[in-house]
Design a protein around this ligand. Structure first.
Ligand code: HEC
Length: 205
């Protein structure tokens, strides 16, 4: 009994030390032990039937484009347009968003990816995006947006530079970038009045 008690205490101390390192600063990176425990806990917390759900939305170029721009607007601030997670906000989170292109994420089932997008991950920066969450499009109600995002996550390892450049135009912008863009537009407007109205129509889409 005493031996078991000592072993349990040792394990508790190891886990606590593994989680409390770095003075609880979010700049630290989780230890391997903590990452493995958290990943397994998350896996177990996702209901089995949710993990096995198949993607009901067909993959299509239109769906991909919609999800790509949606990702640029809602997700890239943490995950980056390319899914690397190497962004100022992503790097400041604990745990940091993983590289979505890597096997660790790609090996999750469609149902598991969907569940994570809809419900978020508690104790992390990953928000829930279900209907009462942050998605805004009209067809969100039945999770369509999230299923399209699952297709897009599968495509991330093969993202082309043209797609990435398109996404950059849809990333949320700060006041400085906006002002700069307006100046550019004004300049273009003076040069060729027609070209401006066309480029503006294009942008509103
Ligand atoms: C505020 C920052 C933030 C935003 C915005 C965000 N995420 Fe995340 N995301 C995270 C963090 C942090 C994790 C890591 C969670 C963990 O360790 O369990 C994560 C994890 C994930 C995962 C699981 C990957 C894995 O292998 O564990 C998926 C899938 C994901 N996010 C998709 C999205 C999508 C799609 C959006 C936009 C609709 C989004 N995220 C928006 C921070 C964010």
């Amino acid at each position: 009994m005493i031996l078991i008690g000592v072993l349990l205490l040792g394990a508790a101390v190891a886990i606590a030390a593994s989680m409390l390192h770095g003075g609880l600063s979010a700049k630290a990176t989780p230890t391997r032990l903590e990452a493995v425990l958290a990943r397994n806990a998350r896996h177990l917390a996702i209901p089995g039937n949710a993990r096995l759900t198949q993607n009901p939305v067909l993959d299509s170029p239109e769906g991909q484009r919609e999800a790509r721009l949606h990702f640029a607007d809602h997700c890239a601030i943490c995950h980056g347009n390319n899914g690397s997670g190497d962004t100022p906000i992503g790097n400041g989170l604990y745990p940091k968003p993983p590289d979505l292109r890597k096997p660790q994420t790609q090996e999750l089932s469609d149902g598991e990816l969907f569940w994570i997008i809809e419900n978020g991950v508690r104790f992390t920066g990953m928000p829930a995006f279900s209907s009462n969450g942050n998605h805004t499009s009209a067809n969100h109600g039945n999770g369509q947006d999230s299923w399209k995002l699952v297709h897009f996550i599968r495509h991330l390892p093969y993202l082309t530079s043209t797609e990435r450049l398109e996404m950059e135009r849809y990333n949320p912008k700060g006041p400085e970038e906006r002002a700069e863009e307006e100046e550019e537009n004004e300049f273009l407007n003076e040069a060729t009045p027609k070209a401006k109205s066309e480029s503006q129509v294009h942008k509103r889409k």
